[in-house]
Ligand binder design. Structure first.
Ligand code: ARG
Length: 469
């Protein structure tokens, strides 16, 4: 890149010399913010229509500008955005091209406007759209979870705490746990959308403007709930982008946990799931390998998404009001987080839809590690009126006996149980049965197949309601 003496056509009036090559390079954001071109043109259209309605520009001038903007939209659509670092960002690219197309009248578009309120508006429009895309992806992911949960609503598997077998649960219940997490993720994105849906245009550089604007009209045309109420705040906060990144981080953490479970379950010593060929990769040296790369990348991407969130929090920390150029660094982390999250959601949806759950193997392990010991303690409480703490102690002795003999609890003879405590009668062994244990857990939100089916029915009607909305 070479130094050029020309000063900037947009703002160079007071400069005798043009920027140095490095200045140009550090200043330019076009390679990143060209992603905003549709939103930039939409906001310019709304702005110039309003200027004409208010008599601030003539109808003829606004029509010339609008037809120029249409032409630019066609050009960008078919050939992409041509990048010129001298023109810094997408806002100046559009305006410079407009000047080439319609001449001096192009200069009227920037009346009562600044790049500060422009970028704050464009970026809100972009994030709003991103939220809508993510939400649609999450809804599809939920439908996949519900479908597989329904298929396996009664399939026993070991439930874990500390990754140690704890109590039997159903696979349907386990999958529905993720459905619930995604309900909350979606509500976080929806709340972020509602909060950010105010239009900054008309705030101008920082102080508002003396032109008689119709800010409500512009806001309405762009689908906002109304104009922002403080010009300094409107041009200088990026909390809407951070809301998005924080919701994205939380969602990515959820996806990462499920990805981790698929990775563990697909490992041979577990053998709980077979990830479909379409979502597995091979090894260049070990012909037998079948690796869960997609799940591992979802787990990895969660770290990068959290990094994006951290990056923007650090950018914003300690910035005085109002706009500062540091804020131009708001876009890379948001774009990156969006791309990574959209891919992660699609990958997890595909894996959930197509994986084979090895339910026989899961069932074999469901009762392992004395997983129904709590059921025996509960039996003592219910049938023999033993306080739970004592029951826990008694069953602990039963477990120790089974371990000494190297057998499962249900393999102990009734006489052995009674020998530990006379209150354990022969009918107690029924409490040790995995299916019985599962069926008994009917508390709201519990793992009993009957309860899981109720929650699945609730989920199905919630999802059906959104599609008809
Ligand atoms: N490209 C800039 C950004 O994204 C647009 C705003 C520039 N404003 C300014 N006062 N230089 O932040």
């Amino acid at each position: 890149m070479t130094d050029t003496p020309e000063s900037n056509a947009m703002w160079g009036g007071r400069f005798a010399e043009g920027p140095s090559a490095v200045m140009r390079e550090i200043n330019a954001s076009i390679s990143i913010d060209k992603r905003l071109w549709r939103h930039d043109i939409a906001a310019s259209r709304a702005h110039v229509r309003m200027l004409a309605r208010q008599g601030i520009v003539t109808v003829a001038d606004s029509e010339a500008i609008l037809s120029g903007l249409d032409r630019i939209a066609h050009e960008y659509e078919s050939d992409g955005v041509p990048e010129d670092s001298a023109l810094e960002d997408i806002h100046m690219h559009v305006e410079a091209r407009l000047a080439q197309l319609v001449g001096d009248v192009a200069g009227r578009l920037h009346t009562a406007r600044s790049r500060n309120d422009q970028v704050a508006t464009d970026f809100r429009l972009w994030v709003r759209e991103a939220i809508d895309m993510i939400d649609a992806g999450l809804a599809a992911f939920q439908r996949a979870l519900v479908a597989r949960a329904e298929e396996h609503s009664a399939a026993p598997m070991p439930g874990f705490t500390h990754l140690q077998v704890a109590q039997p649960v159903t696979l349907g219940h386990h999958l529905m746990a993720y459905y619930e997490m995604i309900v909350r993720d979606r509500s976080r994105f929806a709340a972020a959308r509602t909060r950010m849906n105010r239009c900054p245009l008309g705030s101008a550089a920082l102080a508002g403007t003396g032109f008689a604007l119709d800010r409500d009209g512009v806001a309405r045309e762009l689908g906002f709930d109304g104009p922002t109420d403080n010009s300094l705040d409107a041009v200088s906060d990026r909390d809407f982008a951070l809301d998005f990144l924080m919701a994205a981080t939380q969602c990515a953490l959820h996806l990462s946990r499920l990805a981790e479970e698929f990775i563990i379950w697909a490992s041979q010593p577990y053998g709980f799931v077979t990830i479909a060929d379409a979502w597995s990769t091979g090894s260049s040296i070990m012909p037998q390998k079948r690796n869960p790369d997609a799940a591992e990348l979802v787990r990895g991407h969660a770290g990068r998404i959290a990094g994006c969130m951290t990056a923007l929090t650090m950018t914003m920390k300690g910035l005085p009001l109002a706009y500062a150029k540091d804020m131009q660094d708001d876009k890379p982390p948001v774009f990156e987080a969006y791309d990574l999250l959209a891919l992660s959601i699609a990958a997890m949806t595909g894996m959930v839809e197509t994986s084979r759950f090895e339910t026989a193997r899961m069932a074999d392990w469901a009762g392992s590690g004395h997983a129904t010991a709590t059921d025996l303690a509960d039996w003592l409480v219910r049938e023999a009126d033993v306080p739970f703490r004592d029951a826990h102690h008694i069953v602990g002795r039963v477990v120790a006996l089974a371990d000494r003999r190297g057998v499962a609890l249900h393999e102990l003879a009734a006489a052995d149980l009674t020998a530990v405590d006379v209150r354990i009668d022969p009918t107690a062994v029924r409490a040790l049965d995995v299916a019985g244990s599962l069926a008994s857990r009917t508390s709201h939100g519990g793992t009993a197949p009957s309860e899981v089916r109720k929650r699945i029915a609730d989920a199905r009607s919630a999802l059906a309601m959104e599609t008809t909305r």
